[in-house]
Design a protein around this ligand. Sequence first.
Ligand code: ADP
Ligand code: MG
Length: 358
Amino acid sequence: MTAIVSLKDVQKYYGTYHALRGVTLDIAQGEFFSLLGPSGCGKTTLLRTIAGFEDISEGTLILSGQNMADVPANKRPTNMVFQSYAIFPHLSVGENVAFGLRKRSDLNTKEKAALVQDALEMVGLVGFEKRAAHALSGGQRQRVALARALILKPKVLLLDEPLSALDKKMRDQMQNELRQLQRHVGITFILVTHDQEEALIMSDRIAVMFDGEIAQLADPQTLYRRPISRRVADFIGVMNFLPANASGNKIDIPGLGAATLTPEQCPGGTPSGPCTIGIRPETMSILFGTEPAPARETNGTVHELAYYGDMTYYDIALPGVEKPVTLSMKNLVGRRVLERGESTRISWDDRALVAFAD
Ligand code: ADP
Ligand code: MG
């Protein structure tokens, strides 16, 4: 991998507050990369250090092969789209986009106009250049902000929660558009988000951050299926946690019985003694009538349910387990919804289990 962004053991202190605690990270040319984590974990700080808006306290930052130690923000091959993508409502779309060229005194009016056209084309806003920015929808304003950031063709585009101000429908649409735009322009995107679904949908790879550190760096499927710790598992989607006991590769799980796990199912290391088993709701199912189990099965009771239209989430009480397990079922045609208190058989596949050392 040729890294366009390379951080080695980067530390950042705000006074005595240790905001980045040894971040080491390589991001490839053309990658859609996300920094994901709860509020306050250091995502914006990391992005701003890459942009050059913050100095790093210790460690190395290399962009496009060049050490950034003495390189100011405006000399870096990066550009940033801010959380509140500040566009000027009283200016036209074209003027807003041209604002990205304000420091380029080497370009004449004609050259600038051509770059504005290119940028508008990139984001699908050709024909909008005369429109006042305040007369745009949230999604269109977002695209203006992107055009302004892309107009100088940075090697790396930094995006700090760019979609958080949009409503859910518009956000879903922009996630799609942003991903397509990134593939189209081929520029490395680094997206900061606290929304795990957004990170999963959009990214080639995701760094999950807690407390100024990278907890796990992986592609979306690995992150979802093989989270390295309970904390990561809990942050990404929904996971049931069952207390268990490991000896060798055999794990005794009250409620589910004994299972044998492969090393891949223990991404945080093979547990020994008391440990925790994780299993996702969609990897378990209700067995109706005399339907044979596709894998393992046990008996339970419906403790609670939540009907979502397309899906039903069931909390199933298992004998000998304190906390009911949550499983999800698609509401297929002809499939009834169980009632509270009903006895049922449930099925799961041991390959879906993940073990965490406690
Ligand atoms: P995130 O973007 O993940 O929500 P930030 O990077 O903004 O988190 O902040 C990480 C931590 O650093 C927080 O605890 C925040 O209060 C602190 N912090 C951020 N900026 C400053 C600053 N300029 N001075 C002091 N502390 C800061
Ligand atoms: Mg932030």
